[in-house]
Structure formats: C-alpha cells, structure tokens
Design a protein around this ligand. Structure first.
Ligand SMILES: [Zn+2]
Length: 431
C-alpha cells in the first residue's frame, strides 16, 4: 500500500469519525439546549447575550433567563425604546405592533387591557421585544433583554425585565458593590449573587410572573444605565462584565445544594446567625466574627430621635396589631445583646399602663429612614430624646460586603471570602 493511499484511507477514516461525532454530539448538544416549557415562555426571543468580547465561553447556566420585577405596582410607567421593536402578547410570537423607535410615552391600564401612548391593547400581558439590546427604557432605567408589562386587577401595572443571568449579574455586581472594593470582593459578590438568584429560580418560590425584585428585597439591579437628573449613570461596566465572565457558572453549595446566600452591607464586627433573621436560612450562615469591615462608616453609628416621634411610630405600629399604646415612657433591651450574633435583640417599650415587646428589626423598619441602620443597637434616654448607638448596616446575616472588601484588600481570594461567611460551603462551577 502506497503512502498516499494510507493517507487517503486515514483521511476517509477521519471524515467518518467527524460525521459520527457530529451525529452523536450535535443532537445531544441540541437536546441539552432544549428548554423546558416554562423556561421557553420566559426566554427572551429577541436579543442575544452580549457581554462583549468573551475571553472564555459563558456557562450555560449563566445564559438561562431570569425575570426581574423592575418596578412596583404602578398606575403609570414611563417608556421609551431606542431602536426597532415589536410588541407581542407574553408567551406568543404574534406581533401586535412594531416600530423603528418609540419616543418617551406612558404605559397605563385601560378597563381591561393596556394602553401604550394612545394605542390600546386588549391584553393584560404584553412584551416588548427589541431587536437590539439594551434599548428599552422604563422609568429612567435602560434594560438589556425584553420587558413585559403585567396589568393587575385594580388597574395597576408592573414591569418585568427578562434577560440572561450573566447580563443580570453584570449589573448586580456594580449595583451592589463599587469598583473600589476590589476584584476579589466583587468576584465573591458575583458568586453569592448568582447562587442567590439560582436558588430562587430552582426553589420555584418566585411569583408566577417574576423571580426577583430589582431592589434590596432581593438584590440591587439598576439595569444597563439610568438617569439621575440630567446625568446618565452606568448600571454595569466592562469591569463588572469581566467579573461575571471570570466567575461564570460558579456558585456556593451547602450539603450538595444551592442555598439562599443572604448578605448585607456591614456586619459591624459579628455576622448574625441566619436563622435569627430568615426562616429559610441554612446552617452555613453561622455567626462569625468579622473585623474586616472596620473601615466602613457604619461599623459603629450614633443617632437620635425625639421621643415623641418614636412614640407616634410605636402607637401606629401597635394599633396595626390591634393593641393600644399611649405615650412612650421607657424603652429598654429585653432580650438579646447588641453585640451578639445569635439572635436579634428585643426591646420592651412602656407607656403609663402597659408594656409590649418589639423586635429591634421591627423597630428599625418602623423608625424614620437614616436613623437606625441595623437591629443591633442600644438606646439611652436623654430628656425628650432617644439616643441610639449601634453597629453595622443591614441584617448582618451571611456575607458582609464591607468585610469582603477588607478581606480582598488583605489578600484573600474570592473563594476564601465566600467560604468565610458561609461555613462549610463548597464552590462549584455549574455548566
Ligand atoms: Zn463585617
């Protein structure tokens, strides 16, 4: 047999292998890409994933879509679209209307449907599918992906942004943590935010229409960019997109499962045991000491409020609970300690006749904003004023964001940071 015939046999064999490879692997690949019915209806049928030049391919999990409620229930929303678009009923490819761009207009509810500008649509669930992403502006924020409007009973509307998880995370990283916190802290933030989002998705606990809120009720998500007065500010950056690419698919797991990776801004020296704050917290959210957040402005804080203001708020609160309460006479710690990470303190409040117990977390919610930053504080009375002295910002369960910054600057890696705040957690890269 001549060399050339061996080569040609080898080439034929190689070709056969290639064909076989294509026959076996391509359909398998397609099967893997096949989406379930529910995912299909959620999947943005328009824009493609656009995180820019990719140094490595994104994990498939990061390309799944997520539905984020970007507004509350409102009577009217502001809308504009910077490029070509289609309006479709949610879950359908039928085109109701199309245009090259849409100047600033409003979305309102009609008796039974939705109205965009002057045009009425006899449906309660409408989706904007733009041909370029980002291009849809809602209430001063521009979003990647598609936007859905859901008309609720009573005539209010909510806007839901549907986009790939990677694009969502690129904005969460910048929305939750500034660049000055350093790359490792921000990678830890990306991992924790991805885990949180995927755990909500997998648990199926989400609303029928959306998975997460765009606020700190879930995770802060500002979108691609937003207006602040006459300025336009970025909601994501090349740096945050790079963080998402570098951590693609990476999540924290505890006992082989995703879990709710709660996190807060500043723990103030000691994180809180997760179950003290959230009924669904897993035991990985232990109370750990954290001196890494020392440089945060709210590591320690002092504030004061007129007793009369606190009194009125308490009265209102107890009335809502069907209890009466007159003028506040005294307020003292009844259980827990402001420096303990095991429980959220409770206060005893007295008027002339009765006393009630109230959780420091409830007090924090009740009192005017910008006064009480966490449930970990003590109160002293000073004539007609109450003086608060506390530590940290937020509930202090799970990762401490300022602590992550401190650890990153001290040379810890993102993985070490995540494992520090979620005891026993393992980091896994999902495909
Ligand atoms: Zn801390």
């Amino acid at each position: 047999m001549s060399d050339s015939s061996i080569r040609s046999r080898a080439a034929t064999l190689a070709l056969m292998f290639l064909v076989l490879f294509a026959l076996i692997l391509v359909p398998w690949g397609l099967r893997r890409q096949d989406l379930t019915e529910t995912q299909k209806s959620r999947f943005a049928s328009g824009p493609v994933l656009s995180l820019g030049a990719e140094s490595k391919p994104l994990a498939r999990i990061d390309q799944e879509s997520i539905r984020v409620a970007v507004t509350g229930l409102q009577k009217q929303l502001d809308l504009s679209i910077d490029g070509p678009y289609q309006f479709r009923p949610v879950g359908s490819s039928k085109v109701l209307s199309r245009g090259d761009k849409l100047a600033a207009t409003t979305v309102t509810a009609t008796g039974s449907g939705l109205k965009i500008g002057k045009i009425e649509y006899a449906i309660t669930r409408l989706e904007i599918v733009p041909s370029q992403s980002p291009s849809v502006w809602i209430n001063g924020h521009e979003y990647r992906g598609t936007v859905r409007f859901f008309r609720q009973q009573g005539g209010s509307i909510r806007a839901i942004n549907v986009l790939p998880i990677a694009e969502y995370l690129a904005s969460v990283v910048d929305s939750e943590m500034p660049t000055s916190f350093g790359v490792e802290a921000r990678k830890a933030q990306a991992i924790v935010a991805r885990t949180y989002a995927l755990d909500v998705l997998r648990s199926g606990e989400g609303n029928a229409e959306f998975d997460l809120f765009a606020s700190t009720s879930s995770q802060k998500y500002l979108g691609f960019q937003y207006r602040d007065g006459s300025r336009r500010l970025a909601g994501e950056s090349e740096a945050s997109r790079q963080i998402v690419r570098d951590t693609t698919g990476i999540v924290a797991m505890f006992q082989g499962r995703l879990f709710r990776t709660y996190y807060s801004a500043v723990c103030g020296g000691q994180t809180t045991r997760g179950t003290a704050v959230f009924s669904d917290a897993v035991s990985a959210l232990k109370s750990v000491s954290c001196e890494y957040c020392r440089e945060a402005k709210l590591y320690r804080w002092e504030s004061e409020l007129p007793k009369a203001v606190v009194s009125d708020k308490l009265k209102e609160h107890f009335r809502g609970e069907g209890k009466s309460f007159d003028r506040l006479l005294s307020m003292k710690l009844a259980s827990g300690q402001s420096n303990s990470g095991l429980e959220v303190p409770e206060f005893e409040v007295r008027d002339g006749k009765r006393s009630h117990r109230i959780s420091a977390a409830t007090l924090r919610r009740l009192l005017p904003p910008g006064k009480v930053y966490s449930p970990f504080f003590t109160v002293t009375e000073n004539s007609d004023k109450l003086q608060f002295s506390g530590r940290g910002h937020g509930h202090a369960a799970g990762l401490c964001q300022w602590g992550a910054r401190g650890q990153g600057l001290a040379g810890k890696t993102a993985y070490e940071i995540v494992r520090y705040y979620y005891t026993g957690a393992k980091l896994v890269q999902l495909q």
